[in-house]
Design a protein around this ligand. Sequence first.
Ligand code: SF4
Length: 391
Amino acid sequence: MISTLAHRALERDGLGPIRDKVLAGDRLTDADALQLFEAPDLAALGALANHVREARHGNLAFYNRNVHLNPTNVCVATCKFCSFARKDDQQASDGYTMSLDEAVEKVVSKRPLGITEVHIVAGLHPTLPWDYYTGLLSRIHQAWPELAIKAFTAIEYHYWAGKFGMTYTEVLSELRDAGLTTIPGGGAEIFAPRVRRKICDDKATADQWIEIHRTAHRLGIRSNATMLYGHIERLDERVDHMRRLRDLQDETHGFQVFIPLAFHPEHNMIGKAFPKPTGHDALRTAAVARLYLDNFDHMKAYWVSMGERLAQVALAFGVDDLDGTVLEERIYHMAGSTVPQALSERSLHDLIRAAGRVPAERNSLYDVLQVHEQPLPPAAPPPPRLTVVSA
Ligand code: SF4
């Protein structure tokens, strides 16, 4: 149900026909989405997106317990928005490449924390061999078989296909056999050629990104989808981006979640020209995405990108998922993110409950592991400190 006030505001702003389509469960057009991006009343737009969100997920807000691993930041590409990549792995340039032992140990050491997913992405390293990547996944999988491995962007898969002379199917199949569970949505940026030419002209194209995900879905590997917004793209290019995702989802039904990612301006080539997107833009983008992407089950506010407080508010603007505990995040923090390095499960619960939602832990495939109707029991007090009394 949307409130009378929101109904009136949508009517007043000429959005009555779009509201009626949403309430009837009809699909929105690109023109509708563009009109929503320009809607004057953010609260009314949010109420409409919230209606769809609650029809799908009720009062639940999802999260998972996850750890990130970025085994190398050495990258041959030169994306203008990237603050993470380095040209070599010299310490002087902050470049690094983990040995397999180091990378596997970083993940496996988190086992006592009850993590259910590792999220792995890296730069396009010019010299690492193919068996580094298969070895990484198979060693993590052997050491910790229950851990879901969400690994590598379409950009990496495309690069390896060219470098190692393999088809997309071969690359994905070998990594699936090594332990891959799902694919993250990174590297999509904005699909429009005008934008890609300016911000990331030396990595996989939009068509190649789409084809990698299509291939993954055909192989039974589910994946996520992102959109990096708030830089040089126009609103119609955001809509075009989402339309291409919606089209592929109609075809394969392999996407699990859509994740709008806010551009972060520090330590990259275009940051000075573009400030961080406003909170208003972040909430509007989440709401429009929820309304337009009618074949996506989940909408995520990645709290590291959005900030945990705004992500909490987004739970009333169409969002049903906050990502997770996110131990060891590097990419956004290297771009100037000032959010905490990780959130405890208790902090995630607190954010969700304060927004009037019920925390629901999910796994990497969005199966619900536990709905926390009741607050977590109080944390055990720290052990008493020993006082040494000298005789
Ligand atoms: S965004 Fe990815 S592909 Fe582009 S420069 Fe950064 S690490 Fe490399």
